[in-house]
Ligand binder design. Structure first.
Ligand SMILES: *[C@@H]1O[C@H](CO)[C@@H](O)[C@H](O)[C@H]1NC(C)=O
Ligand SMILES: *[C@@H]1O[C@H](CO)[C@@H](O)[C@H](O)[C@H]1NC(C)=O
Ligand SMILES: *[C@@H]1O[C@H](CO)[C@@H](O)[C@H](O)[C@H]1NC(C)=O
Ligand SMILES: *[C@@H]1O[C@H](CO)[C@@H](O)[C@H](O)[C@H]1NC(C)=O
Ligand SMILES: *[C@@H]1O[C@H](CO)[C@@H](O)[C@H](O)[C@H]1NC(C)=O
Ligand SMILES: *[C@@H]1O[C@H](CO)[C@@H](O)[C@H](O)[C@H]1NC(C)=O
Ligand SMILES: *[C@@H]1O[C@H](CO)[C@@H](O)[C@H](O)[C@H]1NC(C)=O
Ligand SMILES: *[C@@H]1O[C@H](CO)[C@@H](O)[C@H](O)[C@H]1NC(C)=O
Length: 607
């Protein structure tokens, strides 16, 4: 709503000059993320869609509600908030709304402003020259050493009158590209002397073929979920996100079902497609993607017949400067969050297998995207993300040649955590291989965030009731791990106070999937996330059948009541940055998290 008095401030040109307050730098990268160089001036006729985040002054209250409804010992456990309640808790202050409206109007921008339902995000589409004037900056076409282009800047400024009324504006300094976490490690795994059937000490029977090829049946066998049958009609749902023009092919899904889930094949089961911001549903077989096929086939194959949704979010580098591409949108999480937070009834579990190095994402952006994940969690949605495929290191899959240099002028060596794996409001899944024993995969992303400190929960809202210590849900578990590290281990390479990940793990190698009609095998934590998400959907099935609410944000539950429902992984490590990385150990560790799910045990713990 535009306030009346603004009209009196017209004409705009005059008002623009009445904004005498000097611009103050809002955000500045000390250097562009490694690998990016200025290629050319930004094309003059380029349009840019700017997204403006207004501060959420009551976010701490949202966070308190989130913890209350996610804490299994709390009386409000499972009393998830409605979409409207969440919106009220993240709404910006009216002063901020007015200040931004005035600023935009002073630049002649009054119509065509997109508003998120809570009013905490505004979207405008303007010529780049206008953006440069408003933000007192200069955009360029940047080129990465791998050939991709982006239109970005390393700094932007705001007039003092709006400075404190803006959290961030993008795209400006965001160079992240959120790659699918399908590892380049595609070589098959060789195991000698395969037994025909393996009896775990625990009594589980797992087909020996699962040592060389992972299927839906194998996952159910290894994770003690054989024979559990979910229902289609208890209001349950599961979703998978697709970005960067990764298309999920329904014919390939049908092939996977014929191969591994005959009941789904018999009814031609398929997913509901949802386009986000113009995302396309290409069913052209030659455009089917490894990532989207892998994610849909395993998340939906494990959870059939639970209602399934595939989101395709528009936005794809490379930006081709020579084509004067009209838009240059690549902030997939905020686009997707904006959409999903605007619509009622999101899927109850959502899996995402795309990430990038935390340091290529501006901290302000990471914080707001993470806050968006918290908003979904408060509504009872479980968000599952993969932990990354480069161990403790950077995007170079050869640990020996990783530079792991910080993105500032110091060039110091440091471990490179991934985002959104490092967000404290998602459940991050690492990768394992084999079983009996199950071992952490060497490529498993794991470590400690530099942006997000470990959740330390202090309540104002709930201060009169006693608070279980696990509201700082992972603090005790992570301290145990840090305490056993040899003294001074990797000092300076990681932030021991950071949000630590992964939270849990699941198989990650030799997933038998279909691509363009053919069988192929895929490896990476990209596979682990949908596999874990599928099992969470089965747990939700049991809860809904028992008349209980869905699980929602999982972490406070995982680190407390549900911890005994995980197989502790104690073998493997995740090398990177010229080091051996962290070791899987007894209890939580920065390679396997709490371990892999024992569905049978978890079922008893959550119902
Ligand atoms: C990973 O997925 C991307 C996009 O689908 C694809 O271009 C790339 O080749 C894949 N990488 C591997 C190693 O399979
Ligand atoms: C083991 O897996 C193989 C390959 O998927 C399959 O042919 C065989 O029937 C399975 N054996 C049992 C006992 O399930
Ligand atoms: C599934 O699709 C196939 C091929 O399109 C068709 O022949 C068959 O009748 C369908 N089955 C059902 C149950 O819809
Ligand atoms: C399918 O995609 C391929 C590769 O992008 C393209 O060459 C072909 O024309 C497309 N086919 C159809 C029917 O659109
Ligand atoms: C940091 O690395 C960059 C790129 O390799 C180089 O240009 C720069 O001189 C280095 N800075 C220092 C202080 O070593
Ligand atoms: C690290 O050093 C402290 C004393 O400085 C000692 O108490 C602790 O046991 C040591 N931890 C390990 C794992 O060696
Ligand atoms: C990992 O385990 C090896 C073998 O026990 C040990 O030498 C090494 O110090 C451990 N590394 C860390 C980071 O804990
Ligand atoms: C499998 O789950 C059942 C409960 O359904 C549990 O009793 C059993 O201990 C679990 N088996 C293993 C090997 O963990």
């Amino acid at each position: 709503m535009r306030s009346q008095y603004l009209v009196a401030l017209l004409p705009l040109a005059a008002f623009a000059h009445s904004f005498p307050s000097p611009h103050k730098v809002k955000e500045e990268l000390s250097a562009p993320p490694r690998g990016w160089m200025i290629h050319s001036p930004a094309p003059v006729d380029h349009f840019i869609q700017l997204r403006i985040a207004l501060p959420q002054p009551n976010f701490h209250l949202l966070e308190e509600h989130l913890y209350a409804v996610s804490d299994p010992e709390h009386e409000r456990y499972g009393e998830h908030l409605s979409k409207e309640e969440v919106e009220e808790l993240v709404a910006p202050h009216p002063e901020s709304v007015n200040a931004i409206d005035e600023w935009l109007a002073s630049h002649g921008i009054e119509g065509n402003i997109g508003h998120s339902p809570a009013g905490d995000w505004l979207t405008i589409r303007i010529p780049l020259s206008k953006a440069e004037e408003m933000l007192n900056t200069k955009y360029h076409v940047w080129q990465h050493t791998d050939g991709e282009y982006l239109v970005r800047t390393t700094f932007y400024s705001l007039p003092a009158a709006v400075y404190d009324h803006v959290d961030l504006i993008q795209p400006t300094t965001l160079f992240g590209r959120f790659k699918p976490q399908n590892s380049s490690l595609t070589s098959p795994i060789h195991v000698e002397n395969l037994p025909t059937l393996v009896d775990r000490a625990t009594g589980l029977t797992v087909n020996a073929s699962c040592n060389t090829e992972m299927t839906i049946t194998c996952l159910r066998e290894i994770y003690n979920a054989t024979g559990y049958t979910p229902s289609a009609d208890v209001g349950n749902s599961i979703g998978v996100t697709g970005y960067l023009e990764n298309y999920a092919n329904t014919a390939d899904l049908q092939r996977l079902y014929e191969d591994q889930v005959p009941a789904a094949a018999a009814v031609n089961s398929t997913f509901k497609f949802i386009s986000v911001n113009g995302g396309v549903n290409s069913q052209n077989l030659s455009r089917a993607s490894i990532e989207a096929n892998l994610d849909t086939q395993f998340a939906f194959g494990l959870s059939f017949p639970i209602a399934s949704t595939f989101y395709s979010t528009r936005g794809q580098p490379p930006f081709v400067p020579s084509l004067n591409a009209p838009t240059d949108t690549n902030e997939p999480y905020s686009e997707w969050l904006d959409f999903v937070l605007s619509h009622p009834d999101p899927p109850l579990v959502i899996s995402t297998s795309y990430s990038d190095a935390e340091e290529t994402v501006p901290e302000s952006y990471a914080r707001r995207a993470c806050a968006g994940f918290a908003q979904l969690g408060a509504q009872g949605v479980t968000l599952i993300v993969s932990s990354g495929d480069f161990g403790v290191g950077d995007g170079d899959s050869n640990p020996a040649t990783q530079t792991c240099m910080s993105n500032d002028e110091t060039n110091r060596t440091q471990f490179i955590p991934g985002f959104p794996a490092s967000c404290p409001f998602v459940t991050t899944v690492g990768g394992t291989v084999f079983f009996n024993p199950e071992i952490s995969a060497s490529f498993t992303g794991g470590g400690f965030s530099r942006f997000f400190s470990r959740p330390r929960y202090t309540s104002s809202l709930l201060s009169r009731i006693s608070l279980p210590s696990f509201l700082s849900y992972q603090d005790a578990a992570v301290k145990g791990f840090l305490d056993q590290l040899p003294n001074s281990t990797y000092e300076g390479l990681f932030n021991p106070d950071g949000r630590a990940f992964p939270d849990v793990s699941a198989q990650s190698a030799s997933f038998r999937m279909f691509l363009r009609g053919e069988v192929t095998h895929q490896i990476g934590t990209s596979a682990s996330a949908p596999a874990f998400a599928g099992l969470v959907a089965l747990l939700n099935d049991a809860r809904l059948k028992a008349g209980l609410p869905p699980l929602g944000f999982l972490n406070p539950l995982l680190y407390s009541k549900a911890a005994s429902g995980f197989n502790d992984i104690t073998l493997g490590h995740n090398p990177g940055c010229g080091t051996d990385g962290f070791n899987a150990t007894e209890g939580w560790d920065a390679v396997s998290g709490l371990g892999t799910p024992d569905f049978g045990k978890l079922l008893k713990l959550v119902t």
